[in-house]
Design a protein around this ligand. Structure first.
Ligand code: ADP
Ligand code: MG
Ligand code: MG
Length: 209
């Protein structure tokens, strides 16, 4: 696959929703250890609402309109800390892809980078704070460094995100609910870093199919 159009992005969102649903209990367990145990449920509810919104057919217009629809839906259904962050991420993807109907590997990397910048702007988290930012920062770096085709770019991003999500375990949380635990947050992986890895892994799978 050379370029992603809305048709392929829809396959990604369906795949992501299925993977989030399948891993909902795992995400809730991770969140139960250092938060309030609802991250899997929040994400599953949000993506189910997105599928409902999209099931009628293609969103009219460019990729901007498509991502905006997803962002608005996540914003109004996920809740908690992750809702505004993932909602804002997709809204930013929408802003940055306005006027475009397809994306190649390098432009996808730049788009995800813009989405990450929005998450950092809203949440004020930096790498090392034990949040989804820890998975997304190395993922964006790897995607940009990989260059080339969509399969290579997205695989690099997914692998970096997964490794980084695993590596959040020894960190002490400095943002979000988990930060209330102080040192007791050490020794558990961050749930949001794991959901971010799941989203990028599903993207890599559809780009390699
Ligand atoms: P809540 O904590 O409100 O119950 P969730 O459980 O759905 O919300 O989401 C928790 C996840 O949100 C955390 O694992 C972390 O990755 C992410 N998160 C929380 N606060 C921030 C922040 N300020 N910046 C980035 N990510 C954050
Ligand atoms: Mg929670
Ligand atoms: Mg909550």
């Amino acid at each position: 696959m050379q370029e992603l159009t809305q048709a392929e992005m829809r396959v990604w969102i369906w795949e992501a929703a299925a993977v989030i649903d399948k891993n909902s209990a795992l995400l809730c367990d991770l969140d139960a250890a250092i938060g309030d145990g609802d991250h899997g449920a929040n994400m599953t509810r949000g993506f189910a609402a997105v599928l409902k919104k999209l099931e009628g057919g293609a969103v009219a217009g460019d990729l901007g309109a498509f991502f905006k629809t997803i962002g608005m839906t996540l914003l109004s259904t996920v809740g908690g800390a992750a809702g505004p962050l993932y909602g804002g991420f997709f809204l930013e993807l929408g802003k940055q892809s306005a006027g475009r109907t397809s994306l190649d590997g390098p432009s996808l990397a730049v788009l995800i980078e813009a989405g990450l910048a929005d998450i950092k702007r809203r949440g004020k988290a930096e790498p090392g704070d034990k949040t989804m930012v820890d998975a997304l920062v190395p993922a964006v770096e790897a995607m940009k460094a990989a260059g080339g085709d969509l399969a290579a770019v997205t695989r690099a991003g997914a692998e970096a995100a997964r490794l980084a999500a695993t590596n959040t375990a020894p960190l002490q949380a400095r943002k979000g609910r988990a930060s209330y635990l102080g040192e007791r947050s050490i020794g558990h992986q961050d749930p949001g870093a794991n959901s971010a890895a799941l989203l990028l892994e599903s993207l890599a799978r559809i780009c390699s199919a």
